[in-house]
Ligand binder design. Structure first.
Ligand SMILES: Cc1cc2nc3c(=O)[nH]c(=O)nc-3n(C[C@H](O)[C@H](O)[C@H](O)COP(=O)(O)O)c2cc1C
Ligand code: SF4
Length: 719
């Protein structure tokens, strides 16, 4: 019998980029995380962040954008700079820490061109190929809150950029700055550099007809538009030596940009870049940053492996390694390499969510990889010039202080009881168990997950997180007691040293007239109908006979336990009519709208706010609201629901005399508002003489990010 084929054989096989030999084909994609201080120098915190990923088994790290002329041409003063020899010594420290774990590291070199916020703030000219002909569609503004717009404006100092078209002296100077920066990178111990020729920054501005209307030898034909990039590559090779690896990041195309880069341009540019000396091409994409859709289509695609066909096509054009990127999961990446769509796979967000992604693949522990849930929380922050955060990994960007928490055990092992098996409770239990504490989780319902279970049903990436958290409970031998409400007596019987309460939020019953009719369900009813937890009998009473039978059969067959199977089942039957009004356009209502639209429902969302889904990071909000509009969902803002009648919802848009009354006909109404903190269980424990640590939504609704962070820190505080 043949031995089983090694898993991830392609992804984990060695490869070389020029003279740089890599232990595997997993690349950490460049990500600006804004960890460094306001002097652009590599500090301990950023070194610890990269060291974690090197220790985590990645083959190659491509750093965040390092500004070649820092602070000139920089997007943030909290990004790395490489404009002076003083930057070299701290780089040596950083690269040594990465090399100690067997990974290679390349510095990404950039001039931000039209997006050089620091130049705008400090009143300098902003270098561009030519006065931009296309200023952007600005459709994103309508789905931003005032606070977000203010923060974005503040990040640019409240000023408009003063563009200056580059003359030949500027081009020569910037070319020299790129080459000098590459020499410093080499001297700082980097194994190579990546020249950033993508994402609308200076070099890609030259590549794009939308931003380059020059009529000299740097404008016009694609060969001319590629000239500046190629001169930079040639100069870098010249100064660093032909052996020094140089990668080039390009956009396969520019979404939603009139006259933007098309793939045929990129084929030519890539070929010219290789002729100029590039040792690898890294295929990303871009789109109009002021458009509500382009960001999640191009640079951070919402669709998995969105650019894989394009990297595959580029592989037929160049004879150097091609790096694919864009929401690529390991199994997909392995397959892409196997069928010639890429030579290496870069992962961005997954490396933020779990620094040990590569190591776990090597060890055959892929089920233990903490999944990125594609929530865009991380990348939303740099829009405001703020340090990144990850919704599922509280250690991110705090590696210096926190990375030992999960690796070291507590001096004294404690007996810990966690009340509530939702995300906050499970994260607390996970970290406490990792630290050597003896942990028991009480969960009143029949399954772990709490609010995450319903969230997993309506948004698939959440299911991966639920699966991961649940698996950690069994891997770490946490004593999980399902269908066991935690009474103070039951908890006292375990003589705990610490009690953590994470019982989640409560949902207030709506006082909208007519809300008690059978056509109206709220989140608790839906959760009960679909997942079988909570007040199931009250919820089932609202169902027609066929629905009651379906729910019972589903439960009997165990279908309701698994969000994936349940989601599939709901494609055939769901206790929601054809025309649905969702009252409440927050995160819950909007994710539910997406789920219902996918199941053929005609959906109207009514909310009293002027911006919907404000709890979502704005790039995710842009994506989902655009998709809902494209699917014909009526998103009605600033609407007060007055009454729910028989098959009709009465509402008013606007206030007082200005208000305009209207109605919609419906078959079902879902009320997705009314989540409130719920201190009943914590108070019960306090009254019984405990001093519980209270975390998660029961203290105030903080959604997934709040739950994971509070769970982590509660466990850390145990010692
Ligand atoms: C927080 C964050 C910051 C990023 N900063 C950069 C950057 O500095 N340079 C760059 O070329 N791409 C940057 N990107 C894009 C990533 O390199 C990558 O192309 C993108 O995230 C898609 O890959 P993923 O789906 O695996 O995350 C950033 C992405 C994120 C999430
Ligand atoms: S914040 Fe969200 S999108 Fe970003 S890495 Fe974490 S889970 Fe993924």
């Amino acid at each position: 019998m043949n031995a089983p084929a090694p898993v991830y054989r392609h992804l984990l096989s060695p490869v070389s980029i020029g003279t740089m030999d890599l232990r595997n084909r997993i690349v950490m994609a460049p990500m600006g995380v804004e960890i460094v201080d306001s002097d652009g120098r590599a500090n301990d915190a950023i070194a610890a962040y990269y060291e974690e990923r090197a220790r985590g088994g990645v083959g190659l790290i491509i750093t965040e954008v390092a500004a070649i002329a820092y602070p000139l041409g920089a997007n943030s003063i909290h990004q790395l700079g490489v404009s002076d020899d003083a930057f070299v010594a701290p780089f040596r420290e950083l690269t040594a820490r990465v090399h100690a774990h067997g990974a290679k590291i390349a510095l990404q070199l950039v001039h931000h061109g039209k997006i050089s916020r620091v130049d705008t703030i400090e009143g300098r000219d902003v270098l561009v190929p030519s006065e931009p002909a296309f200023r952007g569609s600005m459709t994103m503004a309508s789905d931003l809150t005032v606070d977000e717009m203010m923060k974005m404006a503040k990040a640019s100092g409240g000023r408009a950029p003063a563009y200056r078209s580059m003359d030949h002296d500027d081009i020569a100077r910037v070319t020299d700055e790129f080459a000098s920066a590459a020499v410093r990178a080499r001297d700082g111990g980097f194994d190579g550099v990546e020249i950033h020729g993508a994402h609308g920054y200076l070099l890609s501005g030259f590549l794009s007809k939308a931003y380059n209307t020059r009529d000299d030898e740097y404008g016009g034909s694609v060969e001319n538009r590629s000239r500046f990039l190629c001169e930079v590559i040639t100069e870098v090779k010249e100064r660093c030596g032909a052996e020094f690896p140089v990668m080039v990041r390009l956009d396969a195309l520019e979404y939603r940009t009139p006259d933007g880069i098309v793939f045929e341009d990129t084929e030519v540019t890539a070929r010219l870049a290789v002729e100029a000396g590039a040792d690898a091409i890294h295929v990303s994409a871009y789109g109009d940053m002021t458009d509500a859709s382009a960001f999640t289509e191009g640079t951070l695609p919402h669709t998995e492996a969105k650019h894989s066909a394009l990297s595959g096509r580029l592989k037929t054009v160049v004879d150097v390694p091609v790096i694919g990127v864009g929401r690529i999961r390991p199994e997909v990446g392995d397959d892409m390499i196997a069928c010639g769509k890429a030579d290496l796979i870069a992962m961005g967000r997954q490396m933020l969510a779990d620094a040990e992604t590569a190591k776990k693949l090597v060890e055959g522990r892929e089920a233990d990889i903490r999944p990125c849930i594609n929530c865009y929380t991380c990348v939303a922050r740099p829009f405001f010039d703020e340090r990144v955060r990850c919704a599922v990994n509280p250690v991110l960007a705090n590696e210096l202080e926190l990375s030992e928490v999960e690796r070291s055990t507590a001096a004294v092992s404690k007996r810990v009881v966690v009340v509530g098996g939702g995300p906050a409770g499970m994260e607390a239990a996970r970290v406490a168990a990792l630290r050597g504490h003896d942990v028991t989780v009480f969960e009143a319902s029949a399954q772990l997950g709490g609010a995450l279970r319903f969230a997993a049903l309506v948004y698939e990436p959440n299911h991966r997180l639920l699966t991961w958290l649940t698996r950690q409970m069994s891997e770490l031998e946490v004593d999980v007691r399902l269908e066991t409400p935690a009474t103070p007596d039951a908890v006292r019987a375990l003589s705990p040293d610490a009690v953590i309460v994470a019982t989640g939020a409560a949902r207030q019953r709506s006082n909208i007239p007519g809300a008690t009719q059978n056509l109206v369900v709220d989140g608790d009813d839906l959760r009960a109908m679909l997942t079988g937890s909570g007040d199931v009998s009250a919820a089932l009473k609202k169902l027609p006979f066929v629905g009651r039978v379906a729910a019972k059969v589903g439960r009997w067959l165990g279908l309701l336990k698994d969000p994936d199977r349940l989601a599939k089942l709901t494609e055939y039957y769901m206790p929601i009519g054809k025309r649905v009004a969702i009252i409440g356009g927050g995160l819950v209502g909007i994710e539910l709208a997406e789920f219902l639209v996918d199941r053929g429902r005609s959906v109207t969302v009514l909310d009293d706010n002027d911006v919907l889904a404000t709890e979502m990071a704005h790039p995710r909000r842009w994506r989902v609201l655009t998709d809902l509009r494209d699917h014909g969902v009526d998103l009605i803002t600033e609407a007060t629901v007055n009454e729910i009648g028989a098959g009709v919802v009465h509402y008013t848009i606007g206030d007082g005399d200005e208000g305009v009354a209207s109605t919609i006909e419906v078959d079902s109404v879902v009320i997705a508002i009314g989540l409130v903190a719920d201190e009943r269980v914590p108070n019960q424990f306090r009254a019984a003489g405990f001093d519980p640590v209270v975390i998660g939504d029961c203290t105030g609704v903080g959604y997934l990010e709040g739950a994971m962070s509070e769970g982590f820190h509660a466990a850390r505080a145990l010692g």
